[in-house]
Write a protein that binds this ligand. Sequence first.
Ligand code: ATP
Ligand code: MG
Length: 420
Amino acid sequence: MKQSLFFAKTRKESPKDAVAASHKFLLRADYIDQLAAGIYTLLPLGQKAHQKLLKIIREEMDAIGAQELLMPALHPKAIWESSGRWEVYKGEMYQFQDKSKHWFGLGPTHEEIITAIVASRVSSFRDLPVALYQIQGKFRDEARPKAGLMRGKEFIMKDLYSFHATKEDFDDFYNKASEAYLRIFKRCGVEAFPVLASGGAFTKDMTKEFMIKTKAGEDITLICEHCGWAANKEISANVSKNCPVCKEKVSEHVTLEAGHIFHLGTRYSEKLGAFFLDENGKRQPMIMGCYGLGTTRLLAAIVEVHYDKKGIMWPESIAPFDIHLLALGKDNKIKQEAEAIEGHLQKEGIGVLYDDRDISAGEKFADADLIGIPLRVVISEKTLGQGMVEIKYRKEDAARMVTRGELINIAKADLNRVNN
Ligand code: ATP
Ligand code: MG
């Protein structure tokens, strides 16, 4: 893709209210556009990176047997009343009347909707388990939208829901989902760890949050380095200094919640009529779990752990392009060589952003560092004279000269590593 045609305009300054690194750099490099506080467009760069992240999520969800669907964002009031949550969610849910005076809400989450869908299709233990997920826009009237994609009023979430005939089957799936989450985070280049947390207003059950250590987070997690116990400080008011399991000292860390998984029990299935006949012909409520992961928040979290003062340093698995190809100088031979290399790389399935713009070398280098594509390739009079190209990884300092053939092999090897 020629950068002169690509829809992105980098800028030198970020708005004063942008404090978090991800907020600043995603704005400056033109991954996102702010419409209002907590409401963003994913521009072409942002959309490309987000799609890469979604591909990983879909692969891991499909691998544990979950199937994708897509539910509406617009929900009639009645279904939220059947769970009793219309009132409870008043502060957080956008609720309004249409012109016929019927009440609707924009979905902050989808337990009610999915439970009604499953209730009307599953009637026997033979139909269970069922695991369904979607990747969809959520709406929450957050009091303090913050840090760009990190906390929005509208954001994108992957939400998975599972339905089981027995507690054992639920436990088994919950563990599988938990492992899938860890694989997702690892493949996205971030280290997340499970943390005990509270299930909110609706349950005494403990839940599992997946936390990433970053100062951009809004949670405090207590961690025991000795035995690995970790809990959200919210629920650990009584744990002052020592781990409740091994009594060793615990330490406090600022963390960001990237995912949250819950045991819902039969709360929603009983209220929304999701029953099945068990092996003895007895009518039972289905046992449910739900598993949320904020995909736009995760995109920002990845930046929070991969940046330096010049800009973003994407992990190869998420970068919007694999290679940033810079042609320096006005000579036609340079352009011809750059175009030939772009074509060659593209034929190998390697994503290339080719900076063909008529601007200074310094500006091209600065933009490349800001945008954060993992491998930079420079073609200039100097490299042309040697019959070579110059390559440099965004995360490394040293550049080196390689032949065109070597470049193709290096790029293919990098791509292979990410895909396997
Ligand atoms: P938080 O404590 O950060 O408000 P939550 O407990 O309300 O999160 P859940 O309802 O469990 O979040 O939603 C599942 C996931 O959706 C979260 O783990 C997070 O990744 C993401 N998420 C929640 N709220 C937002 C938001 N306002 N903006 C972006 N992502 C969000
Ligand atoms: Mg919340």
